[in-house]
Ligand binder design. Sequence first.
Ligand code: NAI
Ligand code: MG
Length: 353
Amino acid sequence: MRTAIIEGDGIGKEVIPEAVSILDYFNETYHWGVEKVPVEVGLGKWERTGSAITDEDITLLKSCDLILFGAITTVNDPSYKSVLLRIRKELDLYANIRPILPVPGVYKLLKIKDRKEADVNIVIVRENSEGLYSGIEEIGDEKSTTLRVVTKKASERIAAIASDLAAERKNSLTVVHKSNVLKSDKLFLDTCKQVAESKGVNVSDKLVDFFAYDLIMSPEKYDVVVTTNLFGDILSDLGAILLGSIGLAPSANIGDKQAFFEPVHGSAPDIAGKGIANPIAAILSLKMMFDRRGKKREAGLINRAVSAAIHDKIVTPDLSGKYSTKEVGAFILSKVRQYDAASFCLEDPDGLL
Ligand code: NAI
Ligand code: MG
């Protein structure tokens, strides 16, 4: 199993090593045979070589089954084309899965009293290949245009993934759109409804503006949500409010061949180099990778270890803690080892869950 490791820029270089040390632990302990393939892309590479990503990088990524990605800083140059968009397009990673599930104990830690963790368990399924991120743009001094593309094919495949996920959960799917104004969204809405109904999933829909309000005010109303590219991008950052910090939000980008896992956050230049970035989003992204590969027990161990960090208040400043990225990462790894050694996979040793 070839796994590309892209640290990227800024805090990507700080949080990814913490996730990789957990991957290394399992790989070495259980002889999984994971071959790590380091790949450099992003601003650092641009500054060094004049190119943020090359054709060779894409070939290398295509040779890997899985990709663990940190974050990259957008290059401030008119000729720059988004590295992430290119990777998503070339590998056809068409489904972006963003769970909004609070780590047990985080509301207590942050003294959040006006909502309950048990009310928040949502997955945002974001169409990742078209919409306003089509890359079809005409840029001028007087007028610039970006083409918003919605196709039946892409809407069908994202609706199928979302409906299958809904069927595994509460069998309820909400389509989020703006079809009252954007007529292209009517195709998205109608297609999602058809696919969901054909799979026997209960489907409803919400206009994106009210949904943004309702997501925060009444998260208990939602389970699986499917939406277009830009809406999904914005709503999942918004949804991170329900997690307590953007530093706790993991995600997966799924295609038919490869799967790519990354924290929702960016490279955070404001805190990069200070050693205080929260590594949990990266670690939970690794957990999503384990889930995807059927490593349910190991994924469960990571969940429990992360809960232990929250419970013991071994957390970074975004969660009002005083610990560094490395200290939080080392604590979580030590808990993973402890729970693994004790075969505590199905139990709840510290009574956290
Ligand atoms: P950002 O997510 O990097 O940071 C937003 C705020 O959240 C900052 O105050 C930052 O310090 C904080 N934050 C983010 N992750 C954190 C963590 N793990 N622990 C503690 N605090 C954390 O978004 P921003 O500032 O809009 O973008 C910075 C750069 O990252 C830009 O160049 C942007 O294009 C890029 N970006 C890259 C992404 C990717 O590679 N997937 C995604 C989003 C942004
Ligand atoms: Mg985003």
